[in-house]
Design a protein around this ligand. Sequence first.
Ligand SMILES: [Zn+2]
Length: 254
Amino acid sequence: MDADAARVGVMLEQATAVTVLTGAGISTDSGIPDFRGPNGVWTRDPAAERLSSYDDYVRDPEVRRRAWQSRKTHPAWTAQPNDGHHALVDLERAGRLRALVTQNIDGLHQRAGSSQEKVIEVHGTIWAVQCLSCGERSPMADVLARVDAGEDDPACLRCGGILKSATISFGQRLDNDVIDAAGTAAHECDLFLAIGSSLTVRPAAGLCDVAVDAGAPLVVINAQPTPYDDLAEVVLREPIGEILPALVRHGGNA
Ligand SMILES: [Zn+2]
């Protein structure tokens, strides 16, 4: 472990309330594509981002039919958590985790063993479906079974409204309660780790400002430079699946 990583290990040893923010970079080793990274789906094909826009989804049944077909084969159904996800479970078991804020919708933190009450999904989850009219939530598997049975644009069973994965689409309003919880977790932590996030998308990126303004050191672990590198105490570029387990082991040996 080099000097910078060793410094982060010491910071983890001394912290009692770590808030972690994870982005796509922690899930790429699990085979989940990164939409905004250098080789991301949306970086290479900006028009593809528009295809996931909320307004188009509401307006156009054909967009919804395509979305349901695409959900059937989402990589999250078969992806397995990797060593980076497992390291954050270890951090929680060591009693040092305040909250795990994630921009990811893949549910891999919970599948690795992170507690549901620690995980704050600012962009929602692909594992649930929500009615855009009445707000009713149901498991994604139940609705995909209806799609398999021939409903190409299944409607809400309670009110007939449009159903959509419980994720935040381009142009869709964020969930205020979730954003508030993330802000509180950033404000109350004594160390903020931003892992695998480009830190270019609000509100997640702004959590770094909240943590630093509240006096917590910021550590950025990401393969590419981020707009927050200058604000960080330490920036690590190592692969997440290698460096994170080493850091947490270091902290756990205190
Ligand atoms: Zn409904």
